[in-house]
Design a protein around this ligand. Structure first.
Ligand code: JFE
Length: 385
């Protein structure tokens, strides 16, 4: 693969010589060529910028040096297997999927702008001769395209067949799709009073895999709710934060679910069966609440709020026809993962007679802490971080 970089700061690309790309370069797998755009200027000051048409702050890169640079690198006709990448804050977001697409190309030409960017006609013109992509490294503004080109090159080059003895592709495939990575540890087993999680020293490979999966799910729920881990755990069930528009269905589901609780705990006053619609609208606005939907239907919910160091979890409900499929357990995991830093304990309350609920909570690591009022028990579990 040939990687060309067009820039007015060629020295900015020096890290390419040392990094991952440096190794592939030695093996002859990739050939990196950095070009000073100013070699395609003809005036005494080697000018690459001019004032913007339409006014506004700053300068814009003029088209002529870019046009001559592309002609010099690619010739004046159409080319196959070449992608010209314009890094820009207004481009398509760079992702691993984009990196894979670029890794399949024969040649990538990075056009690194500066100032307020490059005259748009440069993009339109080269697009008639080569594949063009406008790519953003992320939603923040750099001073120019060089750092983005460096990052994209590093991500692409490690995917080029033969690089790193193909170890990179093996690592990529072992990823649990759509989840963030689990935390990793090495020796010593205790360091500055911090123990490596004991399961990793147990030699129990199934338990280790389960722990790592659980950690990946928690991290994803906490840091990247947009990656929707619910879809990984459950087919066709979507778990998302409650919206005011869910209130009516939630009120109906709650009534249906707590009838069973009332049956199992005769004589206990169950608040969920006595509150008004306005009461419910008040707590969904105040607490952390997740709802589960399947095929558009509300099928589950859970709420939590912080009381001192206790992340108090309640109103865990699953539509009766979907009980026993792990949705309750998933909702519980998801709301646990949303506990704030200040929480040291998860706590929940259930009927002393709700044997089935208690069994589920025990399986999830909760321990009975006794009857807090007649017919109501408290169960807790320490927060592990
Ligand atoms: C250039 C700049 C203000 C551009 C509307 C060329 N992800 C990402 N962040 N920043 C860039 C990419 C990037 C890439 C190329 C660039 C920034 N700038 C600076 C400043 C508005 C801009 O574009 C110039």
């Amino acid at each position: 693969m040939i990687v060309d970089v067009l820039t007015i700061f060629p020295e900015y690309l020096a890290p390419l010589e040392l990094s991952l790309a440096g190794k592939a370069r030695e093996k002859g797998l990739i050939d990196v060529r950095v070009h000073d755009l100013r070699q395609w200027t003809h005036d005494r000051h080697r000018t690459v910028d001019d004032t913007p048409y339409g006014g506004g702050a700053g300068m814009v890169m003029k088209p002529e040096p870019w046009g001559e640079a592309f002609d010099a690198l690619l010739g004046e006709g159409e080319v196959d297997g070449v992608t010209v990448v314009f890094t820009t804050p207004s481009g398509q977001p760079f992702t691993q999927a984009v990196a894979r697409e670029l890794a399949a190309r024969d040649r990538i030409v990075f056009a690194c702008g500066r100032y307020e960017g490059i005259d748009q006609r440069v993009v339109e013109d080269i697009a008639t001769r080569a594949e063009v992509r406008e790519i953003s490294l992320g939603d923040y503004v750099l001073n120019g395209g060089e750092v983005a080109a460096l990052a994209i090159t590093e991500a692409v080059v490690r995917l080029v067949p033969g690089f790193m003895g193909n170890a990179a592709s093996l690592v990529e495939e072992s990823h649990e799709d759509g989840l963030l990575e689990y935390p990793v540890y090495t020796k010593p087993a205790a360091w500055r009073g911090r123990e490596v999680p004991p399961v990793l020293l147990s030699g129990d490979h199934a338990a280790i895999a389960a722990w790592r999966h659980d950690q990946a799910v928690r991290r994803t729920a906490e840091r990247r709710p947009d990656l929707a881990p619910a879809s990984v755990l459950l087919e066709d069930v979507e778990i998302r934060p409650v919206q005011p528009a869910d209130a009516g269905e939630l009120y109906v589901l709650q009534r249906a679910c707590w009838v069973q609780e009332q049956h199992d705990n005769p004589g206990v006053r169950i608040p969920a069966l006595h509150e008004t619609y306005d009461d419910l609208r008040a707590w969904i606005a105040r607490d952390t609440v997740l709802v589960a939907r399947s095929a558009g239907r509300l099928v589950g919910a859970v709420r939590a709020s912080l009381d001192g160091e206790s992340w108090d979890i309640g109103r865990l409900m699953v539509a009766p026809d979907l009980a026993g499929r792990g949705l309750g357990r998933t909702l519980l995991e998801r709301i646990e993962a949303l506990a704030p830093e200040a929480a040291s304990t998860y706590a929940l309350f259930t009927g002393a007679g709700s044997v089935r609920n208690q069994r589920i909570y025990k399986k999830a690591g909760y321990r009975l802490r006794g009857e807090v009022e007649p017919g109501v028990v408290r169960m807790t579990k320490p927060v592990r971080r």
